[in-house]
Design a protein around this ligand. Structure first.
Ligand code: SF4
Length: 328
């Protein structure tokens, strides 16, 4: 069946993925392969704007790719590659930077947020981040970029940069990417307060062992009103119940929904039930991960092959871009 166009998405190499990554992005990446030519990029160069040391970069890249592959990214259909393996993106970034007003970049809320987060490391790369992101997207003649509602302004900015380039050089060589709004599930961490994130250490990794999963789920914060086992609870304010609704069969969800309110079930048993359901859900993923990890160089080979395929597209685009600019 003919595909509907090319999708591009990128994510920083954050190592082993957690439930928040899975529900917020990976699941969608896997699903989109049915309808689109998918290009998935591990954006290691973007990571350099914030990381202080690069000693884990390689390992984090491999672990992340392994999780994506085990979750169902098919390298025979999709391109999975590492940003720095296609150096053409840096060249396009440079050309695009010439048509991007500096004031707009420094006015972006994301840039201001980064200044707040790392006041001692406000580097040039941070300012140009959206330009590099645009280069990532348009280098592969991307039709569609899946974004959550909060990311939509970035894509609009990327489209503006493309329009400026095409206008400046009187060309149509760069394609304006379209937004595909995806419902990004906001998954709370085990603290029940903040979004699940590795940096907050409130995450549950997909590749944990069943025992580690149980241990982590046991740490989850529940309805604070349930101090004693005999106190009735409210599942609607409890993140354990939210997770049940995602990973448990309907019969368990219904049971918890009723029994929690009458103190018929205690939080310890409720969490154990969730952990077991979670382990069941992740069993095929974990088996596949173990199998792929046992194949020597498998991930590296996939990434290398993806890099070659991505680069072939990129080189073609860059030849057109240089011609459009009329470089000597
Ligand atoms: S019984 Fe379950 S849903 Fe109810 S408060 Fe405890 S952990 Fe949350």
């Amino acid at each position: 069946m003919a595909k509907k166009g090319r999708v591009f998405s990128g994510a920083r190499p954050t190592g082993r993925q957690h439930l928040g990554n899975y529900l917020g992005a990976i699941k969608n990446y896997v699903a989109m392969q049915a309808d689109y030519d998918c290009v998935y990029c591990i954006v290691d160069v973007h990571a350099l704007t914030t990381v202080e040391t690069t000693q884990d970069l390689k390992q984090n890249t491999v672990e992340m790719a392994l999780d994506w592959l085990a979750a169902g990214i098919r390298p025979e259909d999709s391109i999975l590659f590492v940003q720095s393996h296609v150096p053409e993106v840096m060249e396009l970034h440079m050309y695009l930077s010439m048509v991007t007003p500096l004031g707009k970049l420094t006015d972006l809320p994301t840039f201001k947020e980064k200044i707040r987060q790392q006041p001692d490391n406000v580097n040039y790369g941070l300012v140009g981040y959206p330009v590099l992101m645009t280069a990532d997207i348009v280098l592969y003649k991307t039709d569609i970029v899946p974004v959550g509602i909060d990311q939509a302004p970035h894509l609009e900015f990327a489209r503006e940069i493309v329009r400026s380039f095409n206008y400046r050089y009187n060309t149509k060589v760069l394609v304006e990417p379209q937004v595909k709004h995806t419902e990004v599930l906001k998954v709370l961490g085990i603290d029940g307060r903040e979004k699940m994130s590795k940096s907050l250490n409130n995450h549950i990794e997909l590749a944990l062992t069943p025992e580690e999963t149980i241990k982590r789920v046991k740490e989850m914060v529940t309805d604070p009103a349930r101090v004693k086992r005999t106190d009735p609870g409210n599942p609607d304010v409890c993140n354990v119940f939210t997770m049940h609704k995602i990973f448990s069969p309907q019969s368990d969800i219904d049971m918890v929904n009723t029994e929690c309110r009458t103190a018929g079930i205690g939080c310890v048993d409720c969490k154990l039930l969730l952990a077991n359901n979670l382990n069941k859900h992740l069993e095929p993923f974990r088996a596949k991960r173990t199998e792929l990890a046992s194949q020597q160089n498998y991930v590296q080979d996939v990434i290398n092959d993806g890099g070659k395929r991505a680069r072939a597209i990129a080189q073609k685009t860059m030849a057109e871009v240089r011609e459009a600019i009329a470089l000597p």
